[in-house]
Ligand binder design. Structure first.
Ligand SMILES: C[S@@+](CC[C@H](N)C(=O)[O-])C[C@H]1O[C@@H](n2cnc3c(N)ncnc32)[C@H](O)[C@@H]1O
Length: 400
């Protein structure tokens, strides 16, 4: 359910409020350090990633039914099992071409359950990687991921290594990022009388407030470039977002790995849909206990803040790094092309309850009204020529 305000949200408890107030004090000192106003992306970065206090860095439940939102790996192990089919192909291709198996790198591994599902399935397929790296920003989540792996796949634990940055010189690697791009801080902008304004966050009477201010030349240039390449005309008072970090993120990955496949899975649109004239309030969304609303100033650090992904922008940024856009499709088509139906059939039992549960999970992952269409999968590659089976059913690259 999406609320236009946050009045109906459950009141945080005293301990949570105190934590949020500490984080708010930190936001205040960041504002004071720059004459009162910080960019929205900086606010979002502090709210989500400030060590110990940010939403992803603190000890909140976040994922699953008792948390704030559910991601595909939390819906069903079938998600990770299908992904493993694709990864097994890629690792085998690395071995054929380069005589080394290569590694898997998972960005932002959440509760750690996707790593468990992938590793157990790769073991079944006799395709374990040399190493399974997890690159995670949150110390609290690293701890949780270690516990999940220790309890659900203890015999594979030693294959996993946690990193806080990419190694400089990797030979062959396939990277997985499920719902990571939507958790990256975005800039928020508005068109006012054909001029671009940037959303800033500051304080008035000790309260967090926002204000649009004239955009700096770099932001104006970014918006103009988007308008030109996708023939977009924004109506007056149009508000939306862009991810200022995507090019740098892809560049760091591309320069660290020689033979590379990146699989990005996230909710998003192509650029024309993203900046559709009717989407006048952008795609920013906040989640607290499974309620979606748009008040991103509500108790900083106690809720998720997220924005949809502009996959056309991701594709342009990848091409600028000399990578190929080797696939773009819906989550449903990707999972089905990676054997979802066969995996389902192989797990059929006489237990009716279990069957109903499994069917429900498949519906959630694949129905257009659930995660099937809204979530897309994009493959970016470097020095990799083999076909990627996940994109064989539906190729949407011509829509980018
Ligand atoms: C919405 S959660 C998704 C978690 C998990 N992938 C899943 O599907 O359940 C977003 C995750 O992305 C991580 N994240 C965000 N930016 C990142 C970055 N630049 N590098 C690595 N992880 C990042 C967060 O710390 C968090 O674990």
């Amino acid at each position: 359910m999406i609320d236009s305000n946050s009045k109906t949200l459950a009141e945080p408890n005293e301990e949570e409020k105190q934590r949020s107030l500490l984080l708010t004090r930190y936001i205040r000192s960041a504002c004071d350090a720059v004459d009162g106003w910080i960019r929205f992306s900086e606010f979002m970065n502090i709210a989500l990633y400030q060590p110990e206090l940010g939403y992803y860095s603190g000890g909140l439940q976040k994922f699953g039914e008792k948390g704030d939102f559910i991601t595909s790996p939390e819906v069903s192990p079938l998600f990770g099992q299908c992904l493993a089919s694709q990864l097994a192909d890629i690792l085998q291709s690395f071995k054929r071409e380069n005589k080394v198996t290569g590694s898997v790198i998972e960005f932002g591994a959440g509760s750690g359950i996707l790593a468990v599902d992938i590793l157990l399935q790769l073991e079944q397929l006799d395709s374990l990687p040399e190493k399974y790296f997890i690159l995670e920003l949150s110390a609290e989540l690293i701890q949780r991921q270690k516990e999940t792996l220790q309890s659900k796949a203890p015999h594979l634990y030693d294959l996993v290594q946690w990193l806080d940055h990419l190694p400089d010189d990797m030979g062959s690697a396939v990277m997985v990022a499920n719902e990571v791009l939507d958790a990256m801080p975005v800039e928020s902008f508005k068109i006012n009388n054909e001029k671009v304004e940037t959303l800033m966050v500051g304080f008035e009477d000790d309260r967090l407030v926002t204000r649009y201010m004239p955009a700096d030349p770099a932001t104006v240039e970014t918006i103009a470039a988007i308008q030109e390449r996708s023939s977009i005309t924004y109506p007056d008072d149009y508000r939306s977002e862009y991810n200022p970090a995507i090019a740098g993120w892809l560049s760091a990955i591309a320069s660290a790995v020689k033979n590379l496949v990146i699989l990005l899975i996230d909710y998003g649109y192509n650029e024309k849909e993203y900046y559709h004239p009717d989407r006048t309030d952008g795609t920013l969304m906040c989640y607290h206990q499974h309620r979606a609303h748009d008040n991103f100033l509500w108790w900083p650090g106690l809720q998720d803040i997220t924005a949809f992904v502009n996959f056309t922008d991701v594709a342009y940024s990848a091409v600028a790094q000399k990578m190929d856009v080797s696939g773009y499709t819906t989550q449903a088509a990707f999972l089905l092309a990676n054997g979802l139906s066969d995996l389902h059939a192989s797990q059929v039992t006489d237990d009716v309850q279990q069957q109903i549960k499994l069917s429900q999970q498949i519906k959630t992952l694949t129905l257009p009204s659930e995660m099937g269409d809204r979530f897309k999968v994009m493959a970016l590659t470097k020095n990799y020529d083999a076909t990627l089976r996940g994109f064989s059913m539906l190729d949407l690259r011509n829509r980018l």
